[in-house]
Each structure stands twice: as C-alpha cells, then as structure tokens.
Design a protein. Structure first.
Length: 403
C-alpha cells in the first residue's frame, strides 16, 4: 500500500477532472443508488423461491422489476435471464449452447469480439470444436462474403457483436442474421449487444436473433449484473452447478438490489432517448474530429458517421506510448484508457486494432475515450485544449516524430 500511496501523492490532483473511461468502470448515478437502497435495508431481501410471505413479496418485486428491465428490448421477461454480467453471459452463449447442442461442432465469431467470446471459443476448440473467425475491413466491420463461405451444415453458432466496445464500429447484424438463416436455418446467431445497448435502439423481436448479451455497468448501472436473451425454443445449459432459485442459467439466489439498479439505470437511459443520443453524437464528433484535426500524425480507429456507435472515440497518436498517454492525461485530470483494458496490463497490442491492420506502434499509441450522458460540453472543451499539449510533450520526450 505504501507504493500506491506514494504514487498517488506524487501524482497529485488536477483542479479539473474529466472521466471518459466509462468502458472500464463507472459509478452509479444517485437515482440508481437510491433505487437500490431499499432492497438492502427494507424489502426484497428474502429468497424469491421460498414459500413464505417475505419470499412471495420478494418474488413479486422481482417480477415487477424484471418487466421494467426488458421494456426497451420489446421481449418477454421469461426470455431474459439474469447473469452476473457481460463475461458470464458471453460464456453461457458460447459454451452453454455447445453443452446443450452436441451434434454440430463448428462455431464462427468475428475477429474483433470481446475477449470473453474469443477465449470461450478457444476453450471450445480444446474440446474438439472447429472455430473460425470472420475477418474485418480496416474500419472494423466484418466481411459478409467470408461469413457466407464459412457457414455449413456443421455450424452450430455464429457470434457477431452489434457494436465494437473498443473502436465503436457497428456491425451489419441484420444482414448477418439473414445470411446465416439462408445458409442453415438450424444455425444459431448470438450477438454481444453490451456496447450498443443504451446507444442505439434495439428491437430483438424485429431482429429475430437467437441470443443476445447485455451488461448493467455499460449503461451506468451497478457492476456484477447483466443479462442473456434466449429466444423461446433455443436450448442452453448453465455452466455452473448449484442452487437454482428463480433464474435457471446462473445458479444462486437473485441479488435484488442489483436487479433494481439495473432496471432503474435502463429507465434513466431511455428517458428522452433520441435527444440524449443526438447530444452524445454531437459530443463524440466534437472530440473525435477536434483531436484528429488539431493534433498531427493522428489516426482514427474504427468506422465513422452512422457506422460508429454514439459514445466512442478511439485515436492513435503516432510517436506516443499508450501507457504514457494515460498517465500524462491522468496528471491533467483526464481519465481514459489505452487500447483494450483486457490487453493493457500485459502491454500487448489490442487484438482488435491488429485485426483492422494497425501496426504495433500504431496500436500501442491508441487512446480510447468513452462518453456517457454525464459528460458535458465544458469537459469536451477541456480535453480539446489539453490533449495537444499532452501529445506534444510526449513526442518531444521520445523524439520519434518530427514536430
């Protein structure tokens, strides 16, 4: 702890602080916390599967809360399974589907999926499954012709995210579903929608998708809770064994405070939704193109315009190291991340940036800024004023870019 304390003391604290690392962590707004508090102190603390008054009351609250939770998705609460978050949902979608459907032994994913999909697929490969990855174009969107050529009678599942969590590229999911079902109606389609939920409208019934992943913390809700949509008739088995309460895919007693917080944050996220998204896109464009046009030797990572999710800003600053960028930004009160948080601790280039063709030095110089409804015009202005100085200082130290 002394080392951490010393680091914090040396670091100091900026007079202005801007948090744009919503991809990797979040606090919950006060309204969400207030919605959770009664479930810790007053109600909904019993096991909803137990047959006594408090159990029945908890079950009734559980049903009411879950109905609110699924409203924006236009699905039945019975088709939405509560999990402990994004990673568990994605693992169940890959491994739980394979566990329940053992006849077909091929799984297809894109090369830019979340690591929970990539690693789950690799695990299935060790179990004798054939795993294929769909290549992507330089803007991060998948090659649909390659997908079409990959699907065959042995294909059990295709998993393609709706929007990329790191570079913001929106995938042509409707076309993916059409291609898959035209080639093999028995093949299931899963999508990790955690980076898209709350940033674009999603109607699961219209999409006719088989499985979809969601996560509370991606929409400023509490950590440790998410969900997996499973279309009626699709067979999935849980990965863990243990006590089953109301939910059947994730053993254990339901944590009502987290469910209540998840439902409340969704309610807040979808109030005046169109106006919020319009504002988010405005802030994103100001930040993305403001930095791109004022700092030379800068690359935009991911798709642009309508093919980019509303909250995502990802740039590579040539001649800079991502770790140095995040530290220097932090010294100036800007909290962001470099590349993928899943890769940053081992200082490897993000698999997503390498998949779109970035060279190692370009990938290592990347910075990811995620915006939320809590960010303001003033904060964006501060970043635009500060970042050119940060990049210039680091480039002078390394001497790798002619200024």
């Amino acid at each position: 702890m002394k080392k951490v304390d010393g680091l914090l003391e040396e670091h100091g604290r900026s007079k202005i602080e801007v948090y744009v690392d919503w991809e990797n962590g979040n606090y919950v707004p006060k309204e969400v916390f207030e919605a959770m508090k009664p479930f810790y102190l007053e109600k909904g603390f019993a096991n909803p599967a137990i047959t006594h008054r408090l159990g029945w009351e908890t079950y009734e609250l559980y049903v009411e809360t879950k109905e609110k939770l699924v409203q924006p998705l236009n699905i039945s609460p019975q088709d939405f399974y509560i999990t402990h978050g994004l990673t568990e949902s994605n693992n169940i979608a890959i491994r739980g589907v394979a566990k329940a459907n053992k006849k077909r032994k091929k799984i297809i994913t894109s090369s830019v999926e979340h690591l929970s999909i990539i690693h789950s697929s690799r695990y299935m490969k060790s179990q004798g499954y054939k795993i294929e990855e769909i290549p992507v174009y330089s803007n991060g969107t998948i090659d649909l012709d390659s997908l079409q050529n990959m699907i065959d009678e042995e294909t059990l599942l295709v998993s393609v995210q709706l929007a990329n969590h790191e570079i913001g590229s929106i995938q042509p999911l409707r076309e993916v579903i059409e291609i898959v079902k035209d080639k093999n109606k028995e093949t299931l389609v899963h999508s990790d929608m955690s980076a898209a939920f709350g940033r674009m409208k999603i109607n699961l019934n219209e999409l006719e998708i088989d499985l979809a992943t969601f996560d509370s913390s991606r929409v400023l809700g509490p950590k440790g809770i998410g969900g997996l949509y499973v279309k009626e008739g699709v067979h999935v088995k849980p990965l863990l064994e243990g006590q089953l309460s109301v939910e059947t895919l994730s053993p254990g007693v339901e944590i009502m405070p987290l469910i209540a917080g998840f439902a409340k944050t969704i309610e807040l996220e979808f109030e005046n939704f169109d106006e919020k998204i319009k504002n988010l896109i405005n802030l994103r464009n100001k930040l993305l193109y403001g930095l791109y046009t004022t700092i030379p030797k800068t690359l935009i990572n991911g798709a642009e315009g309508e093919k980019r999710i509303a909250d995502n800003v990802n740039l590579s600053f040539l001649g800079c190291e991502g770790e140095a960028l995040t530290v220097e930004c932090s010294m100036n009160g800007i909290y962001t991340s470099s590349g993928s948080a899943c890769s940053s601790r081992i200082l490897m280039p993000s698999h997503i940036l390498t998949a779109i063709g970035r060279r190692p030095e370009e990938a290592h110089g990347s910075l990811l800024m995620k915006l939320s409804r809590l960010n303001t015009e003033e904060q964006i202005k501060y970043i635009l004023e500060t970042m050119p100085k940060v990049v210039s200082r680091l480039r002078k130290i390394t001497g790798s870019i002619e200024l």
